[in-house]
Design a protein around this ligand. Structure first.
Ligand SMILES: Nc1ncnc2c1ncn2[C@@H]1O[C@H](COP(=O)(O)OP(=O)(O)OP(=O)(O)O)[C@@H](O)[C@H]1O
Ligand SMILES: [Mg+2]
Length: 258
């Protein structure tokens, strides 16, 4: 279990903390989604959880051990893809497994299965610079899924995808969440996506970056229990919560502008 306790981050030369008093827990089977406007500290929070950014206050631990650096148990999908341009798609996906000493036959099997899963079975031999932005993003997602990590940290993983592919990837993520016994932390700007996926939704606000609301929507559990995605997203309960979140975000904007 990943635990963040009272995190604060103040970047050098910044008047207001990028993050303040943020606590959260991420265990197996949790899908925590951070939603909030640009600049509210979402990527900063993910950077601290990943071990890339040292917090100015508070601490992060994984299974009781302090997190001070990146680790194989926490795989990251970056907001802007961080693929290796000198490797082809399959080798990018296999990269983490190779570092962990997984043998070649097993690697090839995992890579083939994962590329199939993200709809990229045909492009394994291509270089990442030969792909579209949305395809590159899916390679990053495949790399994280293929790794043997306990935790997936995903920064706007579906931001560059068209609406149809995006919905497919949301369902793919839920099947990964359902089967692999992992904990997932995901950042999005998209209210509908946040509501659909989250077991816990944390709404963030800037200046200082902080958590202003926590919800437990429960729609991903309904998907897991077999309900259709379109039926869930058009359910009156779903729509009411979506409107409530939208109003909160607009109210934040107006308060900032005032
Ligand atoms: N390396 C840095 N140095 C100084 N300030 C930074 C740095 N990285 C981020 N910030 C500032 O910290 C605040 C939070 O940034 P962060 O990237 O965490 O926001 P975000 O919620 O991920 O935004 P977006 O939705 O646009 O990706 C912003 O005001 C940003 O300008
Ligand atoms: Mg960001």
């Amino acid at each position: 279990m990943l635990q963040a306790h009272n995190l604060g981050v103040t970047y050098p030369g910044q008047a207001s903390p990028a993050l303040q008093h943020v606590s959260l827990q991420l265990g197996e089977g949790d899908l925590v989604v951070a939603l909030g406007p640009s600049g509210c500290g979402k990527s900063t929070l993910l950077g601290v959880l990943a071990g890339f950014i040292a917090p100015s206050e508070g601490s992060v631990s994984f299974d009781g051990q302090p997190v001070t650096a990146p680790g194989v148990e926490r795989a990251v999908v970056f907001q802007h893809d961080a693929l290796l341009p000198w490797l082809n798609v399959a080798d990018n996906v296999a990269f983490g497994l190779k570092l962990q000493g997984v043998d070649k036959a097993r690697r090839q099997q995992v890579v083939a299965d994962t590329l199939q899963l993200v709809g990229l079975a045909d492009v394994g031999r291509k270089y990442t610079w030969q792909l579209s932005g949305g395809m590159r993003q899916r390679v990053g997602i495949a790399r994280a899924i293929a790794s043997q990590s306990k935790i997936l940290l995903m920064d706007e993983p579906f931001g560059a995808l068209d609406a149809f592919t995006r919905e497919q990837m949301q369902q793919l993520l839920l099947s990964v969440w359902q089967h692999a016994g992992r904990g997932i932390f995901l950042i999005t700007h998209d209210i509908e996506e946040a509501l659909f996926l989250a077991t816990e939704l944390v709404l963030m606000s800037p200046g200082p970056g902080r958590i202003v609301q926590r919800l437990r929507p429960g729609f991903s559990q309904r998907y897991r229990d077999g309900e259709d995605v379109r039926a869930i997203k058009s359910d009156p309960d779903f729509i009411a919560l979506r409107e409530q979140l939208l109003r909160s975000l607009f109210a934040q904007r107006q308060a900032e502008a005032a």
